[in-house]
Ligand binder design. Structure first.
Ligand code: PMP
Length: 452
């Protein structure tokens, strides 16, 4: 389709006046994205990019996937919206299908519109079920952007200079690379110098002990309401926890009166390859699961899934959400699940993710600026360091590499505490050819950087 929108210059002018100044351009020369198809994006001049970030893990099955578009079009002619005090069939089809993906008693679905909103509701559920008030999240976590959830988020660059709301605490991050005890993780790569325990990582107990210290020292005894954790930290640069940590942390929280809330906003919907949900790769079943992003392949949709027992504790207040689960969103959600299943996208994440990781590990051998490669399935991270050290590569240097990768036709994510991790979270339909292309672009970008 021909591009009929504003020029890049005009968008910059509008941005300067009408867009919040806290929204930043990720590139020096911004990309004006006009169209998308599956794993590809096209800018206003028709230049094609391989999208390895998927709108930050949101485009799960592919941009404008034809089957999702068809389902949406069909539904848009019948009914867009009613409220949840009436019934419409799509929501029933959808929640039945969605809950079939969950283990145990996780059977009750609240439909909402964003990850932040889902995490807000999870806090309400945890508090009303347990009767407790205090909530714990991990350092480095990202859970969203609202007054309360910004407090739960423990990533400095997403925090306004306002106090963390009372009753929110941050536990030590069990980070195998930078955590004080290291630790081993479930991926092909192993951190040099850390252990490689066959079962649970021996260091996971030490981080759990730290969590226990927090419970003991900072909260009324046995009075925690909930513990939030991503199954792999996304925004913080693909941080995987030592084996066994999440399972034991959940046990500890439960014995202290609280519930374990898995934030699957980035890790859910088959991306892990080995499992449909990230928590399954940790051998633990949560009490509450929150999800967004990939659930709708770019359509605003989110969900909280929990047990009947927890949902019943919330019955004193009628549940209402104007848009949550509307006919369009439910239709898209159902179509996305069907595509994941029928196009074997979980299996593709596993196979292509492994191939990607193996190739990245090879690349790491050539370029000492690559300090670590990690992740699972199609959620991978490449940590850039000062060669020969664990110190982060400087932000301007990472920006230079990041910009070259874009100029060579690939949009890759970026994050981590030091903004030095390249993040790979593409639509799950990518192929081996796309991986080969990526490796050659990374090779060229690193070469260009090393030559300077
Ligand atoms: N949880 C995680 C793990 C996320 O990565 C994000 C968004 N980056 C959110 C929650 C918040 O989602 P939303 O932006 O839809 O509010």
């Amino acid at each position: 389709n021909p591009y009929l929108g504003p020029s890049v210059e005009k968008t910059e002018k509008i941005k300067a006046t009408n867009i919040p100044p806290a929204v930043y351009n990720i590139y020096k020369k911004p990309v004006l994205i006009h169209q998308g198809h599956m794993q590809w994006l096209f800018d206003h001049e028709g230049k094609r990019y391989l999208d390895l970030f998927g709108g930050i893990v949101t485009v799960s099955v592919g941009h404008c996937h034809p089957r999702v578009v068809a389902a949406l079009n069909e539904q848009s002619k019948k009914l867009w919206h009613t409220t949840n005090i009436y019934k419409h069939p799509k929501i029933y089809d959808y929640v039945e299908k969605l809950t079939s993906k969950f283990p145990g008693d996780l059977k009750v679905v609240y439909l909402l519109n964003s990850g932040t909103e889902a995490n807000e509701l999870a806090i309400l559920l945890a508090k009303s079920y347990t009767g407790n008030n205090d909530i714990i999240s991990l350092q480095g976590s990202y859970h969203g952007y609202s007054n309360t959830i910004q407090g739960l988020t423990a990533t400095q660059c997403y925090r306004m200079p306002i106090p963390v709301p009372a009753g929110i605490h941050h536990a030590m991050l069990p980070d195998p690379l930078r955590g004080i005890w290291g630790g081993c993780r479930d991926s092909l790569s192993q951190v040099p110098g850390s252990c490689s325990c066959p079962m649970d990582c021996v260091h996971s107990d030490k981080y759990v002990h730290q969590l226990n210290e927090l419970l003991d020292n900072s909260l009324p005894k046995g009075k925690v309401a909930g513990f939030f954790a991503e199954s792999i930290q996304g925004v913080n640069g693909t941080v995987q926890f030592p084996k066994g940590y999440l399972r034991k942390a959940a046990e500890l929280i439960r014995t202290n009166g609280g519930v374990y809330i898995a934030d699957e906003v980035q890790t859910g919907f088959g991306r892990m390859g080995d499992a449909f949900w990230g928590f399954e790769t940790h051998g633990v079943v949560p009490d509450i699961v929150t999800m967004a992003k990939g659930i709708g392949n770019g359509f605003p949709l989110a969900a909280v899934v929990t047990t009947k027992e927890i949902a019943e504790a919330h019955m004193r207040a009628t549940y209402f959400n104007t848009f949550g689960g509307n006919a369009l969103a439910s239709t898209v959600g159902e179509a996305v699940l069907k595509v994941i299943e029928e196009e074997n996208l979980q299996q593709n994440s596993k196979v292509i993710g492994k191939y990607f990781m193996e190739n990245l590990m090879q690349l790491q051998k050539t370029y000492p600026v690559i300090g670590d490669v990690r992740g699972k399935g199609l959620m991978l991270g490449i940590e850039l360091v000062q060669p020969g050290t664990k110190d982060a590569l400087s932000v301007p240097e990472v920006s230079e590499i990041h910009e070259t990768i874009k100029d060579l036709g690939i949009l890759i994510g970026r994050g981590g505490k030091y903004n030095n991790v390249l993040r790979i979270k593409p639509p799950m339909c990518i192929t081996k050819e796309d991986v080969n292309y990526t490796i050659s672009v990374l090779d060229q970008s690193m070469k260009q950087f090393a030559r300077k």
